[in-house]
Design a protein around this ligand. Structure first.
Ligand code: NDP
Length: 496
């Protein structure tokens, strides 16, 4: 049983036609790709795509932009440009959020949250743009070392469809703050929202030409061309782990810097001493928010045996109460999956759940009216999985939760660390000592204690193991986009 939100009468939508005309930053010149509303199948946008020659032009313009403008050396200019971009994003909040919901499917409330956190990310990096400090040290008599942070050069940001705005801006804002030029290749499923948001940056009168370009097209052609092109110095990639590994291999031929933010199979761990009501809220948010299409989704729930039955029953009851439907309907709590093929992938995992365990909530393909034009599945919970089930180790990227019980901290830790991923983890307990012990033992880049899915521009995110290389956000994320240079001054030769 699934509670459905209504597909309330929608405003008429005129599909956007996005071309190079009047958009110097958008390097496209050939056939258009279409993006569709995952809730209704409606055409959202037709976006012209880039030839490999367009990509070459974007790269030449980026190099020229860096060489001809003062961008790389003028932190105050970069701060002003970024700050005004954040302001324009705020002014355009409603338009951005609606377009995001239409193109990606998440609820309007989640879309507004994504726009707001993107703005916050820009603001943080705008502040940092004036504070890319180096260090100076007296090394010995008459010898001084000055260590500077310089921009890497031309950065290619290749980004996914699930948080298209946030994950693009998470790379673009620090790359620009540190004085680089950026070429963005958004996911083919969600190009319009990315172009729209970056246009608000590109139109800034002080922003030098060439420093930002957007190229559109498939990962296999346009994306790969960026990865191997000798004019690109760094790849900031967010996406699937297998794609990330390929990107890293290809980038290795050019010895390029890479930053990889990849997949996860994050555990959310509930101890019997937790506040159960809050922990239930957390578990629900961890897996069903954005229909589970979040890299950090808490897709494995580990519950201490003494509260297992009560906790799982209550969570299953909540899951069946979630209102599934059109993200534009304010009643909706969970929207669709991004595409028919992704829905099929998720349904295949649900089948694995049925054969390796017991589906205790959901499990349905919502292929019937009123869901039939979109890509909906029910919020699903599976328990009793055999230990070798793929549902316990592989990323589903959908609203499918695998639950397990544990008897001790040691067992919880061993289950939590038992996959190839290490992106995030949730811990619910009122015992501070335990929180420290578990927090130190978990192999993951982010550990939320008595909370889940909260991100801040100030704090780093990234993965252990197959979840990534390098960090994004925070100061470390910012400095990923820099090279360190040591200038060594020797006054002992009396040459000045
Ligand atoms: P993909 O890896 O399929 O695609 C990501 C981006 O890479 C897209 O722009 C895609 O283009 C492009 N791409 C695909 N193949 C290549 C290639 N050979 N060379 C260069 N670029 C390529 O991931 P999804 O878009 O499906 O996103 C979902 C995945 O992203 C999940 O695994 C999720 O966990 C992960 N993710 C990780 C996050 C993190 O911070 N760790 C955050 C969000 C998502 P195109 O769209 O044209 O295929």
């Amino acid at each position: 049983m699934v509670r459905q939100a209504t597909f309330a009468s929608r405003k008429e939508w005129n599909p956007l036609r996005i071309t190079h005309d009047n958009r110097e930053f958008l390097r496209v010149s050939t056939d258009a790709l279409s993006s569709f509303d995952p809730a209704t199948g409606e055409l959202v946008a037709l976006v012209e795509t880039s030839t490999l020659e367009d990509v070459n032009i974007a790269i030449s313009r980026a190099i020229e932009g860096l060489n001809r403008s003062g961008w790389r050396n003028d932190g105050a200019l970069r701060a002003r440009v970024l700050f005004r971009w954040a302001e324009r994003m705020r002014t355009n909040m409603d338009t951005l959020a609606e377009l995001l919901t239409r193109e990606q499917g998440k609820t309007l409330a989640q879309a507004r949250g994504e726009v707001l956190s993107s703005i916050s990310m820009i603001e943080f990096n705008s502040g940092q743009a004036r504070a890319i400090f180096g260090r100076a040290i007296a090394l010995k008599e008459g010898v001084h070392g000055v260590v500077l942070r310089e921009p890497v050069g031309v950065v290619a940001a290749i980004t996914p469809w699930n948080y298209p705005l946030n994950l693009t801006i998470r790379a673009v804002a620090p790359a620009l703050a540190t004085g680089n030029a950026v070429i963005v290749k958004p996911a083919s499923a969600t190009p319009a929202i990315v172009v729209h948001a970056l246009e608000l940056l590109a139109l800034d009168a002080e922003f030098p030409p060439g420093i930002l370009s957007v190229v559109i097209g498939s990962g296999a052609t346009v994306g790969e061309h960026l990865v191997v092109h000798e004019g690109v110095d760094m790849i900031a990639f967010t996406g699937d782990s297998t794609t990330g590994i390929n990107v890293m291999k290809k980038a290795a031929d050019g010895l390029k810097k890479v930053s990889l933010e990849l997949g996860g199979k994050s555990p959310n761990i509930d101890f019997a001493d937790a506040n159960l009501e809050k922990a239930l809220d957390g578990a629900e948010n961890a897996i069903f928010s954005a229909a589970g299409q979040i890299c950090t989704a808490g897709s494995r729930l580990l519950v201490e045996a003494s509260i297992y039955e009560e906790f799982v029953d209550r969570l299953a009851a909540r899951a069946s109460e979630l209102r599934v439907g059109d993200g534009l309907d304010p009643q909706t709590q969970m929207g669709p999956l991004i595409s028919a093929s992704h829905k099929q992938t998720v349904l295949n995992y649900i089948e694995i759940g049925k054969s390796d365990g017991v589906v205790i909530s959901g499990g349905e393909d919502l292929g019937h009216a009123p869901f039939d034009k979109g890509h909906f599945v029910a919020p699903t919970i599976v328990s009793g999985l055999s230990m070798n089930s793929r549902l316990l180790t592989e990323e589903v990227f959908g609203p499918v939760l695998a639950v397990q019980s544990f008897d001790s901290e040691e067992e919880a830790l061993s289950l939590a660390n038992g996959t190839e991923f290490g992106l995030a983890c949730g811990l619910w307990t009122s015992n501070l000592d335990r929180a420290w012990r578990m927090g130190r033992g978990i192999e993951a880049g982010t550990i939320w204690i008595n909370t889940y899915h909260h991100f801040y521009g100030e704090t780093e995110v990234g993965g252990f193991k197959h979840s990534g290389v390098g960090r994004q956000q925070g100061i470390e994320g910012l400095l990923e986009f820099t090279e360190t240079k040591h200038l060594n001054f020797d006054s002992n030769n009396n040459l000045w």
